[in-house]
Design a protein around this ligand. Structure first.
Ligand SMILES: C[S@@+](CC[C@H](N)C(=O)[O-])C[C@H]1O[C@@H](n2cnc3c(N)ncnc32)[C@H](O)[C@@H]1O
Length: 229
């Protein structure tokens, strides 16, 4: 069976919660709709990362949209990492369909502090659309950032929503968040995630926004680049 047919069968059988990102063909026609499509602004922000000739790791790659995209933008090698083996099987089928060299996929768990991945280093380590509402509410942002930081000494790329509305989006209260985070990240009814991420890496890394940045609450997520300070 051609890899695309096999992929479509696998994606159809996989639990919907694992089909996060819309899967596109090379001409950007939709192969499998997901919860999150890609828009032109996201593509433009991502294209500002200098991938040419770099080794890259993409943590929590799902069906590898950004893994493949980094390769198309000239990366020397890209490793896509996810903990879901069926998702990774899908990535391998897409790789055959796209006929892309220099891309590999491996199963690793970011919750595993003994992961063998932690002994490797890449030019660019990416954590794209990984940290979301659950991570904030369960106070798991810092461990995810710490895992990422161990994988590169040159460049980290993170995408996060700048601010979450505590009641409407996080479905919790400022009091509960203040028990988990320093009070400066809880401002009225807002949780200031981007500031928390920036401060996590400060003073070791300097943050630069790759996405256009306005004042206050904004959607969708913003791409941030960190380079050694
Ligand atoms: C929200 S999706 C982001 C997908 C991708 N980065 C994108 O933007 O298209 C998160 C992905 O991370 C994976 N994931 C979640 N927790 C993980 C963990 N602890 N270790 C490795 N992968 C994980 C999920 O299986 C899922 O594919």
């Amino acid at each position: 069976m051609p890899p695309l047919q096999e992929f479509l069968a696998l994606a159809g059988a996989i639990a919907p919660e694992h089909r996060y990102r819309t899967v596109y063909d090379t001409d950007f026609s939709v192969l499998v709709p997901g919860k999150e499509p890609i828009d032109a602004d996201t593509l433009a922000s991502f294209a500002r990362i200098g991938f040419a000739g770099r080794t890259v790791v993409d943590l929590g790659c799902n069906f590898g949209f950004f893994t493949f995209q980094a390769s198309r933008l000239g990366a020397a090698s890209v490793l896509g990492v996810d903990r879901e083996s069926r998702v990774l099987e899908g990535c391998e089928l897409l790789k055959r369909h796209f006929n892309i060299a220099g891309v590999t996929f491996e199963r690793h768990d970011l919750d595993d502090g003994q992961s063998p991945l932690l002994s490797r280093r890449f030019d660019i380590a990416m954590l794209v659309e990984f940290i979301g509402k659950t991570f904030v509410v369960e106070n798991r942002v810092a461990p995810a950032l710490a895992f990422l930081e161990r994988l590169s000494q040159r460049e980290l790329v993170v995408s996060v929503q700048k601010i979450y509305w505590i009641s409407k989006e996080l479905r919790t209260t400022p009091q509960r968040l203040k028990a988990l985070y320093p009070a400066r990240y809880v401002s009225g009814g807002d949780f200031l995630l981007l500031e928390y991420v920036r401060d996590f890496f400060d003073p070791r890394w300097r943050m630069e926004a790759l996405s256009p940045m306005g004042e206050g609450y904004e959607k969708p997520r913003k791409f941030l680049r960190f380079t050694p300070a």
